[in-house]
Design a protein around this ligand. Sequence first.
Ligand code: NCD
Length: 360
Amino acid sequence: MHSEYQHLIDLNDFPVAWWKKLIELGENIKNDPVKYAHECEGKVMATLFYEPSTRTQMSFQTAMLRLGGKIIGFDNPANSSVAKGETIKDTTKIVSSYADILVIRHPVAGAAKAASLTADCPVINAGDGGHLHPTQTLTDLLTLKIEKKRLSGLTIGMCGDLINGRTVHSLCKALSMLENNKFIFISTPKLKMPVYIKDIIKANGSTYEEVHTLEEAMDKLDVLYMTRIQQERFDSEEEYLAQKNTYVLDKKKMQLARQDMIVMHPLPRVDEITVEVDEDPRAMYFTQAKYGVFARMALIMMMLDGKKSSETLRGKVYGGVRCDNPRCITNHEEYLPKSFRSSGDETLLECEYCDERKLI
Ligand code: NCD
């Protein structure tokens, strides 16, 4: 399987200079959107959403329309041939021959990577299970750049479902690449940030601490990034109910925060931020969602302008070895080559699709 295009599966596949250029372009678009109204004339973007979405899908569609391009796609796989059992490989192969750029969201980790292997156009990961969400990170970075005027020297609190939240995984990977960022993870023991993300943070030279309550962290933060408990990723209703309502940001807790702290949230909000906080000038989540259009306009322009790439899978196939993660795409679509990176430790392999580690 081989695709000649450059894809956005994980932001960390691109150099920091590329993200910075994209954020600068996003700021320029925000300041003068009309200037870019014809950039994608004649181009078609396909959105393949196998999982519910409001903001990500609509902001991508708005972005393409505002660039003068056109859109096709589905937001309910039940209405497409997926319902007849079509593989990601076949759907991608066909749709990428209709469109110039393809945006995919899927409930299984590594699905965007799988799509990229056979696509005849650039593929953008719009969220793959509980794994990554790089375009939310671009939105978040643009928000930080505009609202905090910097991407480094920040103390960022992340609160809620840190184990299943793909937005916080991608954001940690990105912010830890930039200087002097510190993380405070606020979660229950069951919803802690995955070890592999914490290892990446350490390897990038950033630091983190883990606490159980918002109160312990509030006065130290430049940014509080709230997340929803990801109900759909729990194995049972009881497990979800045991975590629900653990963290609720309200007016009282906001009094503990600095005057220049901002509150971010990828949305949708369920009950983790009370509506009274919306009136606080530090609440930035609706503005953040608005900036998502500018970030995605910049991304579409840069991907359509991107170089061709000869890389597809960079890891190795170890005869008979498969990923242990039941939520990895390689355990759902059998034809995929099972590819692993060596992690530096001889006995530990990392799945190239979902990053799950495996002892050999
Ligand atoms: C997030 C997602 O889908 O991961 N939403 C989004 O893209 N803005 C967060 C969530 O669903 O909780």
